[in-house]
Write a protein that binds this ligand. Structure first.
Ligand code: HPA
Length: 266
């Protein structure tokens, strides 16, 4: 039986306590272990009707609610991608639940390929903007006028400044750039990478953009950080694979955790 976001939020409050999480965090491929940094209650997606099965290896399909550096957070250990189901709104219910729990902001993380030689594998990139290269939209079918979401400052300027300061304080380079969403699950061709590079993209990946659109629709502030796991197709001789993504993500994950901890400490 399907449940509404409000019903799921009530269920989660019963298990994890009533205090609202200030921030939601979505963990990307190979970044699932960040959920273990949080002291709190872990709830399997499988026990939350309507939550995605998050069947991509390298993800950890649990919602962890608890404290990280004194801030109450809701960590989504796995995400659903468009390419798993053909549904662009696959993350709508989890984000609605974050909203129903009283969350104010969302920090998304992902693994991505870089088109910027100065942001090589192992580095992080803070998203400044995106290009929806897939042409899909998670709000297709949404009947209300709220679907006409402005995307001018989709990546919250205040959050971006705060995350940059946190990175600086940790001595970690955090360049910003434009992320292009390509649907996947096949990787891009060299010609596709050349095209999006020419169009102004700095990194490419198969997630995040639908979640940014949904989160702005819900009124959440948004920030997103990519862990660069490879140079995009055609930009280096290194072979691209999901195995490689999972193997490389932990390189950036350690830095990401330090930035997030510093940011949450305030
Ligand atoms: N392309 C798309 N998605 C990715 C990549 C890439 O090169 N690397 C990690 N996720």
């Amino acid at each position: 039986m399907s449940k509404s976001a409000e019903e799921l939020a009530a269920l989660i409050r019963e298990r994890a306590g009533a205090a609202a999480p200030a921030i939601g965090l979505v963990l990307g491929s190979g970044l699932g272990h960040l959920a273990e940094a949080v002291a709190g209650v872990a709830i399997d997606y499988a026990t939350l009707p309507g939550f995605p099965h998050a069947g991509v290896s390298g993800h950890n399909p649990k919602l962890v609610i608890g404290e990280l550096e004194g801030t109450r957070v809701a960590v989504f250990g796995g995400r659903a991608h468009y390419y798993e189901s053909g549904r662009g709104d696959a993350m709508r219910l989890p984000l609605e639940v974050l909203n129903a729990l009283g969350g104010q902001a969302l920090i998304l993380t992902n693994a991505a390929g870089s088109m910027r030689p100065d942001i090589p594998p192992g580095e992080l990139m803070l998203l400044r903007d995106h290009i929806n290269f897939s042409g899909l939209n998670p709000l297709i079918g949404e009947p209300t006028d709220a679907r006409f979401v402005p995307m001018g400052d989709a990546y919250d300027p205040g959050l971006r400044t705060a995350l940059k300061s946190a990175a600086h304080a940790e001595g970690i380079a955090l360049e910003d750039g434009v992320y292009a969403w390509y649907s996947g699950p096949s990787f891009e061709t060299p010609a596709e990478i050349k095209a999006i590079r020419t169009l102004g993209a700095d990194a490419v990946g198969m997630s995040t953009v639908p979640e940014v659109i949904l989160a702005r629709f819900l009124g959440l502030k948004v920030a997103a950080i990519s862990t660069i796991t490879n140079m995009a197709q055609g930009m280096s001789d290194e072979a691209i694979s999901h195995e490689h993504t999972k193997a490389m993500a932990p390189l950036g994950a350690e830095k990401l955790e330090r930035i997030l901890r510093r940011y949450l400490r305030g």
